[in-house]
Design a protein around this ligand. Structure first.
Ligand code: TRP
Length: 335
């Protein structure tokens, strides 16, 4: 059996935070270094355009995300790391798939349905501010996946439906034309923590409760000090399972250190002390990568050339597959 092909995209809006790191980036970096896996990771900058119409933000975010992944030790010899917009076959395939994907399937996409529902609740026209990009987003994502014959797609829960739609679209195409696409499967890591944010809700840009991954040491300490706690005094026992401080600790600590912190909570560790220890733990894990990150931001030429190298490798696959797709649907030279 060949290697498993694993593929995932990172939408380039925003700056990576600790929740992205623990939930997606850290496991992906580990996968990139695993010789038994054939990983494809890409900056989904066309996806960014769906929600973000600020060119500077899209541009800056692509740079920051690329620098983040490289700084953390992404193995770009083993994994293929590229930018979506450097692969013209992705948009070509998107059109061909659009001509075969059922509109009714797209009507059921959660992201689109949520936007319609928000309009209805606000008394607006159901289509208000909904672009064709938002509506057909699952087709673009299907092209991302199917173009590389990816088998396993690591995603968050909110993306499972999109991977299932890609599978559906692939099945339909294979049935109607020729057997060109591999059927992909979503992988949602159960052992991967969903980190809580400063206010105790899921850490997310949309809740404005994030801790930026590569902020300076001082700011990191400040952010960690802002994590919401209760009013229990030093010496009063605290419940680790009801604490964001402990939850973040658990995402970074060894199981031994976790056990130890658990008993410190039971013994009434002061919140200030727990946060101080948390800062040290997180900072130790990130300090070296943060230096790499800052160095990379000053060397955009290096980032760009790494992405170009990735695009070249990616296109070896995408160009071959696209030829099969074109011929399957009857787009070819006259002969
Ligand atoms: N839509 C995904 C997200 O918002 C990102 C993404 C784009 C993706 N294309 C993909 C993920 C292909 C997996 C496979 O998180």
């Amino acid at each position: 059996m060949g290697k498993q092909r694993v593929l995932t995209g990172i939408t380039t809006t925003g700056t990576p935070h600790l929740g992205n790191y623990v939930g997606a980036i850290r496991p992906a970096i580990a996968a990139s270094r695993d010789p038994s896996q054939d990983s494809f990771f890409f900056l989904a900058d066309y996806h960014a355009l769906i929600k973000c119409h600020d060119p500077q933000l899209v541009q800056r975010s692509s740079k920051e995300i690329a620098a983040t992944w490289l700084a953390l030790g992404l193995d770009t010899d083993n994994a293929v790391f590229y930018r979506q917009s450097d692969i013209p076959e992705i948009t070509e395939l998107t059109w061909i798939l659009s001509c075969n994907a059922a509109k009714g399937l797209m009507n059921r996409a959660h992201a689109y349905k949520a936007a319609v529902q928000a309009n209805e609740e606000a008394g607006e026209d159901p289509d208000h501010a909904i672009t064709m990009g938002l509506f057909s987003y699952p087709v673009l994502m299907a092209a991302d996946i199917l173009l590389f014959n990816a088998q396993k797609i690591p995603v968050g829960r909110d993306q499972i439906q999109h991977v299932e739609m890609a599978r559906d679209i692939a099945q339909r195409f294979n049935h109607n034309f020729a057997d060109v696409f591999t059927l992909p499967e979503a992988v949602v890591g159960d052992d991967v923590a969903v980190l809580q944010g400063l206010d105790g809700r899921k850490m997310s840009k949309s809740y404005n409760n994030t801790i930026a991954l590569f902020q300076g040491e001082k700011q990191l300490r400040k952010s960690i000090n802002k994590i919401k706690t209760n009013l229990l005094e030093p010496g009063e026992p605290k419940d680790p399972d009801d604490s964001t401080v402990f939850q973040v600790w658990a995402a970074f600590a060894s199981s031994e250190a976790c056990q130890q912190m658990r008993s410190e909570f039971e013994n009434g560790i002061a919140w200030g002390e727990a946060k101080k220890q948390l800062f040290e733990l997180v900072n130790d894990e990130l300090a070296e990568a943060r230096n790499n990150y800052n160095r990379l931001l000053d060397d955009p030429g290096y980032i760009e050339s790494t992405l170009q190298k990735g695009a070249e490798r990616a296109r070896e696959h995408s160009a071959t597959l696209m030829r099969k797709v074109r011929s399957a649907v009857g787009i070819s030279a006259i002969h």
